[in-house]
Write a protein that binds this ligand. Structure first.
Ligand code: CMP
Length: 435
C-alpha cells in the first residue's frame, strides 16, 4: 500500500505565518538568553517555562523542515528523501546546536546556550527572501534591516559589557538591574557610534579588550551605515530620479532647439501624464524581457478592467481574450490629437483603456459619438475594406491598445462568432453615421 506523504505548501499562507512567528520567537529568545546570562538571572519559574516552550517551537520547526518541500535552483523538491537531504545539508546542524539542551551537562555549560543565537542566521535568510518578494521599496527595507541589526548588536554589546563587570559604571547604576542595563546600553551606543564621551570606561584588561573590539566593529559599522544611508537616500525613489533626469534632458533639448513655448508646454504635460499614469515606465519596455506566457499574464491582469468594460468581449471565451491580449500594442494620444482622419487607409482597430475620444466629421464640427474606456473604434475600415468613414479625436489623454489588420484577420478566422458580431456592429455604426 502506498503511504500518502504529508507535505506542506512552502509558499502557502500558513507556512509564511509560521515562519514569521518562529523568527519572532528566535529574536525574543536571543534577546532574553543574552540578557539573562549577563544579569545572571537563574533559569527558573516563568523563564524556564518560556525557555521550554520556545525550544518546543524550534523542535516543531525542525520537524516541519523535514516535510516541507524546498525550492532548489528553481525546482521544487517534494520527495521525503530529497527534502531531508536538503535540510541535513543546510540548516540542520545549526538548528540542532541551537536547541540542544546543554544544561544536562551541568551548570558549567550554561554559557553554551549562546549557541541559540545561531538561529539568528534564519533572519538574514528571511530578509533576503523579503527583499526578493518586493514587499516594499527595496531601499526602505534595507534601512529597516540595518536598523534591526545595529540595535541587536548594541544589545549584545550591552550584555557583554555587563557580563564583564560594566567597567567604572558606579554603584548608583548597579543597584538595580534596569539601571545597569540602561547605563550599559548608553556605553554600547556611544562606543558603537564612535562618540565615546569617556564617562563609562573599561577598568579590567578583559573590559579593555572588549571595548577595543566593540570600537573597531563600531567604527566599521558606523562607516557602513553612513555609506548605506547616503546611497539609499539617493536611490530612495529610483523611478522619480530616472524620470527627472529624462525631464532635464528634454527641457535642455527644447531650450537648445528653441521649441515654441506652447509646444514645450504640451510636451511637459505629456510627460506629467506619463508620470501620473505609469510612473514614467513604458509597459512594452519594462516587459520586453519576459517570456510570452508571463507577458500574457501581466497583460491579462493590467487589462482586465478594460476588457470587462468592452461589451463585445462579454461572453467571449478566454481563448479569444488571450489571443487578443497577446497582440495588443499600447499607444497614447494627447488632448486634441487625431488618431486618424476620414479617408485614411486603416490598418488597425483600437480599444480605449483610459480617456475619451470623439468620432467626428471631416471638418471636426459634427460629433457622431463620444467613446469612453472599454469603447473601441476603427473596425469598419478593416472589416469592409474601405477608408476610414470618420475622424477620431482624443478628448483628453487617451491610452489605447491597437490591434493590427493582420492579427485581427487571423483572430476573426479562428473565432467566427466574434467575426459575425463585429460585422454587425460595424454595419450598425456605418448606418448610424449615414443617417
Ligand atoms: P472606421 O471607419 O475604421 O474609422 C472610423 C471609426 O469611427 C469607425 O471605423 C467606427 O469604429 C467609428 N464610428 C463611425 N461611426 C460611428 C458611430 N456612429 N458611433 C460610434 N462609432 C462610430
Amino acid at each position: 500500500m502506498k503511504t500518502k506523504s504529508l507535505t506542506i505548501n512552502p509558499d502557502g499562507r500558513p507556512k509564511q505565518v509560521w515562519d514569521a512567528f518562529i523568527l519572532f520567537v528566535t529574536v525574543v529568545a536571543a534577546v532574553e538568553t543574552t540578557l539573562r546570562l549577563a544579569l545572571q538571572i537563574p533559569l527558573t519559574g516563568v523563564l524556564l517555562a518560556l525557555e521550554l516552550i520556545s525550544t518546543a517551537f524550534f523542535c516543531a520547526d525542525m520537524v516541519l523542515n523535514f516535510i516541507t518541500p524546498v525550492h532548489v535552483n528553481g525546482q521544487l523538491v517534494t520527495s521525503r528523501k530529497g527534502i531531508a537531504i536538503q535540510y541535513l545539508k543546510g540548516w540542520f546542524i545549526l538548528d540542532l546546536l541551537s536547541i540542544f539542551p546543554w544544561a544536562i551537562f551541568g551548570p558549567a555549560w550554561e554559557g553554551v546556550r549562546l549557541l541559540r543565537l545561531l538561529r539568528l542566521a534564519h533572519i538574514a535568510r528571511f530578509m533576503r527572501k523579503l527583499a526578493k518578494e518586493n514587499v516594499m521599496n527595496a531601499s526602505v527595507l534595507r534601512m529597516i534591516f540595518l536598523g534591526f541589526w545595529v540595535t541587536l548588536f548594541a544589545h549584545f554589546a550591552t550584555c557583554g559589557w555587563i557580563a564583564l563587570g560594566a567597567g567604572n559604571i558606579g554603584p548608583e547604576w548597579t543597584s538595580q538591574k534596569e539601571l545597569l542595563y540602561l547605563r550599559s546600553f548608553y556605553w554600547a551606543v556611544t562606543t558603537i557610534a564612535t562618540i565615546g564621551y569617556g564617562d563609562v570606561t573599561p577598568v579590567t584588561p578583559m573590559q579593555t579588550i572588549f571595548t577595543i573590539s566593540v570600537e573597531v566593529i563600531g567604527a566599521g559599522l558606523y562607516g557602513y551605515v553612513i555609506a548605506i544611508f547616503a546611497s539609499l537616500i539617493a536611490n530612495l525613489d529610483s523611478a522619480q530620479k530616472k524620470f527627472s533626469e529624462q525631464m532635464d534632458e528634454i527641457n535642455t533639448f527644447m531650450r537648445f532647439r528653441k521649441i515654441p513655448l506652447d509646444l514645450q508646454k504640451q510636451i511637459r504635460s505629456y510627460y506629467d501624464y506619463l508620470w501620473e499614469s505609469r510612473r514614467g515606465y513604458s509597459e512594452a519596455h519594462v516587459l520586453a524581457d519576459l517570456p510570452d506566457s508571463l507577458k500574457l499574464k501581466v497583460s491579462i491582469f493590467t487589462n482586465k478592467a478594460m476588457l470587462e468594460k468592452v461589451p463585445i468581449f462579454e461572453g467571449a471565451g478566454d481563448a479569444l481574450v488571450e489571443e487578443l491580449l497577446m497582440h495588443l500594442k499600447p499607444a497614447i494620444f494627447t488632448p486634441g490629437d487625431y488618431v486618424f482622419r476620414t479617408g485614411d487607409v486603416g490598418d488597425s482597430m483600437y480599444f480605449i483603456s483610459t480617456g475619451h475620444v470623439e468620432v467626428v466629421s471631416s471638418d471636426g464640427k459634427t460629433v457622431y459619438a463620444t467613446l469612453s474606456p472599454g469603447g473601441y473604434f476603427g473596425e469598419t475600415a478593416l472589416l469592409m475594406n474601405q477608408p476610414r468613414n470618420a475622424c477620431v479625436r482624443a478628448v483628453d489623454y487617451v491610452d489605447l491598445y491597437t490591434l493590427n489588420r493582420m492579427t485581427l484577420g487571423k483572430i476573426l478566422e479562428k473565432f467566427p462568432a466574434f467575426q459575425k458580431h463585429l460585422h454587425e456592429i460595424a454595419a450598425e455604426r456605418q448606418a448610424g453615421k449615414q443617417k
